[in-house]
Ligand binder design. Sequence first.
Ligand SMILES: C[S@@+](CC[C@H](N)C(=O)[O-])C[C@H]1O[C@@H](n2cnc3c(N)ncnc32)[C@H](O)[C@@H]1O
Length: 216
Amino acid sequence: MAHASLKVFDALPAKERWFCRARLELAPLEAVAAKASGNDILDVGCGHGVLAALLLHEHPERRVVGIDPDERKIGWANESVGKNANAEFRAVTLEALAAERPASFDCVIIADVLCLIARSTWPPFLDAARRLTRSGGRLLLKDAENDGSWRAIKALWQERLMVHVLRRTVSTGGIGFATRPELTRYVEGAGFVVDDIESYARGYTAPHVLLTAHAP
Ligand SMILES: C[S@@+](CC[C@H](N)C(=O)[O-])C[C@H]1O[C@@H](n2cnc3c(N)ncnc32)[C@H](O)[C@@H]1O
């Protein structure tokens, strides 16, 4: 049965509703949402807002800001989850938001976004995430890992299909997965302390990995 949080997408056209449902089935977003902490949460690269809907479901105390460069997706998010007064969706860059609202979030979540960004821009991107996180706040970085498995090869081709053929996903400079040590190094380089990094691939066809860190 579909997760109750998906109800907010009933207002969207069938194709977009299907996309939101598929997103929840193909990625462990419920596990990511379960690790969120605090009341002020930033969802970086929020897309349609599937994760934001999960975060707000039965959590009236939370406020979620979702940002994405894809104006179409921000439009869908505003027409669905965005009806919740505790949700705010904007087409603004992470760097611009960091300048506007430093140290404003208890939890910053980056789910399946880093793999769509040029590796050379990861340091300023993660620096901006750090500046947005309050001291003691949490970073949840969900991505697919380059573990050399068939899952990684399949996931890479799937992303290429979504970006270059179907044009459903916006990439900002590249498509590629990192290894766990690489992810850890980049996150630590931005000033976070990594607490945990574990695989969530079981039961999925992509090598999902979730890194949890905190801002000292
Ligand atoms: C695979 S989707 C994941 C959407 C959402 N996080 C989720 O888990 O359902 C990747 C998203 O990253 C967004 N994106 C691409 N480049 C970005 C960037 N530089 N900053 C923020 N988001 C970006 C895309 O527009 C897309 O919505």
